[in-house]
Design a protein around this ligand. Structure first.
Ligand SMILES: [Zn+2]
Length: 347
């Protein structure tokens, strides 16, 4: 089968690989649709070190093409979405309520990290009964694929933000995860949502997903605007992964509020905290972090939102590519050219 791989830091290309074989509790899925993630481009740039011949990608839906002998809930031919994060459910971190961290920190992140990812004609799913979900008939592949990572991660940002009903939220950077964080904040009952970015089109889309106020950082100081509007938000969401956005989250949050980080801090040795805005360590500002939650329960809850039409994530798809066009699609995502938000890959 064909796979799109990281050949080495800075290099990608197609490779021929054998179709994977399931273990007793695993499944193999024939890929139907996939999304490229900014974290795939971080990986190729070297954020998690050298990888040689590893298949990229972690957001996909498809049809079950093989199952292990102990898989109970799925059969060959089922249409499924697979979590980007596929935890080991027997691990102690899972039992402690942190399945994404099973095995080791970020250990639930297997696709395109420690095993081949989903940019291939088939891919392997560990613990299939726990790590994938049936897609309801009324939900399209094009929508369901957003459950794998974007909705799960963006909504986790809002869930971790401990947003009071009617509370105030600022989302720093409205790329696809930030946009889903805006949507998640609305679903959680926020009373005022401020979206911050430097891209007018993304800010417009943030309004579509529920932002009440948008701040273009090229035109004004986001912290000054947010503090003037709210006196400091109940929750600031960091959905970018850099020092400036992280620092602004600390500055924009009221004493006692929550900073919810889902940004991927992909470079540098330390993440800096602005000391005075942090109340010199005593302002009771909570910093929470999350990796995309995995698991069938999570996926089924997200799919329920699609089935009930509480949200439609498909406006995030700005471009469609055939699998053959992966190199062009990947280069576009890396350069963030042509106003790309999410490129959808059709197999
Ligand atoms: Zn992703």
């Amino acid at each position: 089968m064909r796979a799109f791989v990281m050949e080495g830091i800075g290099r990608t290309g197609f490779a021929e690989k054998p179709i994977p074989v399931p273990g007793a509790r695993d499944a193999i899925v024939k890929t139907s649709h996939a999304l490229i993630c900014t974290s795939d481009t971080h990986t190729v740039r070297g954020a998690i070190g050298e990888r040689s011949g590893l298949t990229l990608g972690h957001e996909a839906v498809g049809i079950v093409s093989a199952i292990g002998s102990d898989v109970a809930r799925f059969a060959v031919g089922d249409r499924v979405v697979v979590g980007a994060i596929t935890p080991d459910w027997g691990d102690l971190a899972s039992q402690a309520g942190h399945p994404s961290q099973s095995g080791q920190p970020l250990g639930g992140w297997k696709f395109a990290n420690v095993k081949d990812g989903v940019f291939a004609e088939h891919f392997h799913v560990n613990e299939a009964d726990a790590n994938m979900a049936h897609i309801p008939e009324s939900v399209s592949n094009e929508a369901a694929v957003y459950c794998a990572d974007m909705m799960s991660t963006g909504f986790a940002a809002a869930e971790n933000g401990d947003i009071p009903i009617g509370g105030t939220v600022a989302v720093f950077a409205v790329g696809p995860v930030g946009l889903m964080a805006v949507a998640g904040a609305r679903l959680r009952g926020a009373g005022l949502i401020v979206a911050v970015d430097a891209d007018p089109e993304r800010l417009e889309l943030a309004r579509h997903f529920g932002a009440d106020v948008t701040v273009d950082i090229r035109l004004e100081d986001p912290v000054a605007r947010i503090v003037a509007l709210t006196g400091g938000v109940d929750c600031a969401i960091e959905a970018l992964g850099n020092d400036e956005a992280f620092g602004n989250c600390i500055r924009a949050t009221r004493a006692g509020g929550t900073i919810s980080n889902v940004g991927y801090h992909g470079s540098g040795e330390f993440v800096r905290i602005p000391r005075e805005a942090w109340g010199v360590g005593m302002a009771e500002k909570t910093i929470r972090t999350a990796l995309c939650p995995g698991g069938r329960l999570r996926l089924e809850r997200l799919l329920r939102l699609l089935e009930a039409k509480r949200i439609d994530p498909t406006p995030l798809t700005t471009h469609d590519f055939a699998f053959d066009e992966m190199p062009e699609a990947f280069a576009m995502m890396d350069a963030k050219s042509d106003g790309v938000i999410k490129p959808l890959i059709v197999f």
